[in-house]
Design a binder for this molecule. Structure first.
Ligand code: B12
Length: 214
């Protein structure tokens, strides 16, 4: 089942991918596994784009198929389960120069399900807008998404501006996205860096527990 779904989205087969996802759900595969397989397929699409076998239109189409799959009734339920209580406030965005939003939205959905109030200020957000929003909304956590190498410098600029305004330590900062690893976290000066959505949400939950003294 995994290989069929990965290959289907890699090959940009829209109807087939959606049908396979429905079958996988009917067969009782876990939504989280199906989601991971779709993501592997997307990574392969990215590789094919890198080698010029695919073009920008193919990236766009892959994004559409992925979103359609995530909007299938059964996966929507998994993605948008209602939280029992609010545990904290999170400012979420894709940094300046980055219009990728699928991963950001997924991290937002998972965090909302975990109990966070999400203030999503969108994609391609200029540094000043981010820092102004942080000052205004006073979130517990600032979550930055970035899918391209250059986005690291934007993330770094946000952290520097928070330092300049003397408010860096008022927030925990988590960064994520396809190009993010521990080293990226050090470059940016974030509190945590991961491309793993579950690990990211767990860390945010832990911060809230620490903050409340538990
Ligand atoms: C679909 C796609 C697009 C779509 C985006 C549609 C949309 N609405 O988002 C479109 C066509 C618009 C696009 C445009 C471009 N893209 Co593009 N795109 C992709 C592709 C194929 C899939 C991305 C995706 O949605 N994956 C599925 C989601 C679920 O995964 P994800 O985004 O990684 O998110 C997960 C984690 O990273 C994490 N996560 C994400 N955010 C956060 C935040 C936090 C806080 C945490 C903890 C976790 C987290 O959780 C998510 C769930 O697991 C990737 C390939 C890849 N390897 O990812 C290239 C890719 C990201 N794109 C790339 C490029 C180059 C571009 C363009 C510059 C192309 C161009 N020449 O115009 C433009 C960028 C324009 C811009 N200003 O941003 C490159 C980036 C290379 C680099 N390393 O710098 C990639 C890697 C492709 C490649 N291999 O070359 N793209």
């Amino acid at each position: 089942m995994k290989q069929s779904i990965v290959r289907s989205i890699e090959g940009l087969y829209e109807d087939r991918t959606l049908e396979l996802v429905r079958i996988a759900i009917r067969k009782g595969f876990k939504p989280i596994d199906i989601f991971n397989w779709l993501q592997v397929g997307m990574e392969r699409v990215g590789k094919l784009y890198e080698t010029s076998d695919y073009f920008i239109a193919d990236l766009i189409f892959a994004g559409i198929i992925f979103q359609e799959a995530m909007e299938l009734e059964e996966l929507v339920a998994f993605n948008n389960a209602a939280p029992e209580k609010t545990i904290g406030k999170m400012l979420l965005l894709s940094v300046f120069g980055d219009c990728h939003d699928i991963g950001k939205n997924i991290f937002g959905s998972f965090s909302r399900t975990a109990g966070f109030e999400i203030i999503d200020i969108g994609t391609d957000v200029p540094m000043e807008t981010v820092v102004d929003a942080a000052e205004k909304n006073k979130p517990d956590i600032i979550a930055l998404s970035g899918m391209q190498q250059e986005t690291l410098y934007e993330m770094r600029a946000i952290v520097c501006e928070l330092i300049n305004r003397g408010i860096r330590d008022d927030f925990k900062i988590i960064i994520g996205g396809a190009v993010i690893d521990e080293k990226a976290g050090q470059i940016v000066g974030a509190d945590f860096a991961t491309k793993d959505v579950t690990l990211g949400v767990d860390k945010c939950k832990l911060w809230m527990l620490e903050k409340s003294g538990n």
